[in-house]
Design a protein around this ligand. Sequence first.
Ligand code: C2E
Ligand code: CA
Ligand code: CA
Length: 321
Amino acid sequence: MATIIPAAFVSDVIDGAIVILKESRSGIEAAPLEREFADDATAPASHGIVSAALTGLCDQRAVLEQIAGLQAVHSLQDALSNALARRELSLQYQPIVDRSQKVIGMEALMRWNSTEYGQIPPAQFIPMAERSGAIICLGAWALEESCKQLEKWAGNAKSAAWTLSVNVSAHQFNHWSFVGELVRLVEQYGIAPGRLILEVTESVFLNTEGNRLQGSFQRICDAGVGIAVDDFGTGFSSMGYLRNLSVSRIKIDKIFIDEVVKSKKDQGIVEAIIMLARALEVGVVAEGVETAEQLTYLKSVGCSAFQGFYFGRPSDIAQFL
Ligand code: C2E
Ligand code: CA
Ligand code: CA
C-alpha cells in the first residue's frame, strides 16, 4: 500500500501539473496528484528541491525517469486536446454482415493521426479523453460525422439501408446535453428511423439514477435511434436494465468468440446470450469473428449478425462504396 510522503516531496515539475512522490514496495514512485487533493498541495517545490530531497533516499534516476514518463502522458493529453482543431481525427468504418455475409451496416471507429506522435490507437487515446473530459467534444464530433455519413448513404442505393453504429462513452452519454444534441442532429440530417445506432457499454448503467436513464433511453428511442449494448458480458451485466430499457441490440464481446470453436464454456456463454437476445426480441451481433470455423459455429447456434476481420477491417469509407 503506497503512502504519501511529506509536502517537501510535492513538486510541480510537470507543466504546472502537480506530481506526488509515494513510498511503494519498490522504493519511491512518482504519480500524478489526485485532482481532489490538488488544492491541499502546499507550496510546490521546484524540480531541484525534489532531486535534492531524493538524494540518498532512493534511486533518483528511476524516479526522474518516471517523472519523464508522466510528462510524456501530459504532452499527449495536450496534443489530444488540440486534435479536433488540427483536423487530426477521422473515422474508419467496419462492416457488420448478416448470415449470408451481406453488409447490413457499419461501425464507425475513431482514429487519431497526431502530427507530433503519429497514429495513436483508440485503446490509448479514448481512455485518456475520458479522464480529461475531452471525450465530450470528440464524441460529439464523431456523432455529427456519422450523421453526415448517413445522410450521404441515404442517397446511394448500395448503402441506403445500412445502419451506422457509433460508440458513445458513458461519460458522454450521461452528459446533460447529450440527448438534446442527438435529437437536434437526427432532425438536421434527416436520419431515418433505425439507421443510427448508439453503442454503449454496460458502464452507462452504473452511476446513473434509474429514472433519468429510463427517460434518456425513451427519448433516444422516440427519435428513431437504436441502442446497442457493446462488449456484452464483460461488465456489469444486469438483467434489470435489459428488462426496463429499450435496448435494440446486444454485441457479444470478442473474448467469448476467440475460443468459441473449442471452448465448451464460451459456447455456453455465447448460446445463452443468443437465447436471451431472442427472448427479449433484440438483435445480436458477434464481434471479433476472424475465421470461417467461428462463423459456421455461430450460424449453427442462431446468431444473426457478425463483425470481424473475417469480413473486413476498419477502413476508409471509400473502400466500401
Ligand atoms: P469496440 O467498440 O469494441 O470496437 C471494436 C474493436 O475491435 C475495434 O478496435 C476493431 O478494430 C476491433 N476489431 C473488430 N473486429 C476484430 C477482429 O476480428 N479481430 C480483432 N483483433 N479486432 C477486431 P479499435 O478501432 O482499435 O477500437 C477500440 C475501442 O476504442 C473500441 O472498441 C471502442 O471502445 C473505442 N472507440 C473507438 N472509436 C470510438 C469512438 O468514436 N468513441 C468512443 N467513445 N469509443 C471509441
Ligand atoms: Ca463498439
Ligand atoms: Ca465491442
